[in-house]
Design a binder for this molecule. Structure first.
Ligand SMILES: [Zn+2]
Length: 223
């Protein structure tokens, strides 16, 4: 995936003032070392780690019902390393890898996350399209969608979802970094109400919805 709309300076500098990634890594390691196993993070460390965890690709799943506290524990898989555990408000706990939050692929985690949230926010429009599709053929291959609903998606192909999102951000003068996502279990949403409503309106106006075979849709995405 190509990186787009990224600013030149990395987020650890822009958001937290760390000159280099190494400086941030050093800081995180220091936090891990300064706690004994089973100790809950103090306010400042808790704040920083919560921000960093949001960069995790599976953050929505890790966060679950919501984060109550963060603690340092020995990792179950590798008993010699210590890392962070999220204690959720529903009483469950899960480990979370901080290096995963910092790896280069994390560069587009943010974009993926925003896309997922933006999709949830327009789900009602997709649902509505199902009620009255323009045609019952796949816009990509032109063949009928025989297995109505089970092997068919509703999607905007031209413009694509990504193109819609990019145009929207451009029009609003925003970048992916400006979009805060809120998530619970497997749903997420654009946090800022004004941006969310603008996005819904933008999508309603600009998306060109059609039926596509799930298989044709996957082939298209792989290109
Ligand atoms: Zn098709």
């Amino acid at each position: 995936m190509k990186k787009k709309n990224r600013t030149q300076q990395p987020w650890w500098f822009l958001d937290y003032g760390y000159q280099t990634k190494a400086a941030l890594v050093k800081e995180i390691r220091k936090i891990v070392r300064s706690y004994s196993n089973g100790t809950v993070l103090r306010k400042d460390d808790d704040w920083l780690m919560r921000q960093i965890f949001k960069r995790h690709r599976e953050y929505a799943v890790k966060e679950g019902a919501g984060i109550k506290s963060i603690e340092v524990r020995t990792n179950e898989a590798q008993s010699d390393t210590r890392g962070f555990w999220i204690n959720r408000i529903d009483g469950t706990s899960v480990d979370i890898s901080w290096p995963k939050c910092l790896n280069p692929e994390g560069e587009y985690t943010l974009e993926t996350e925003v896309h997922a949230a933006a999709r949830c926010d327009v789900e009602h429009l997709i649902e509505k399209y199902w009620e009255k599709p323009r045609t019952r053929v796949c816009i990509l291959c032109g063949k009928p969608c025989l297995y109505w609903r089970t092997k068919t998606h509703v999607a905007s192909i031209n413009p694509s979802f990504k193109e819609l999102m990019n145009s929207f951000l451009k029009e609003m003068g925003l970048t992916y970094d400006d979009i805060i996502v809120e998530s619970s279990d497997f749903r997420s949403s654009i946090s800022d109400r004004r941006i969310r409503e603008e996005w819904k309106a933008f999508y309603a106006e600009n998306a060109v919805l059609d039926l596509v075979h799930a298989t044709c849709n996957r082939k298209r995405k792989r290109k």
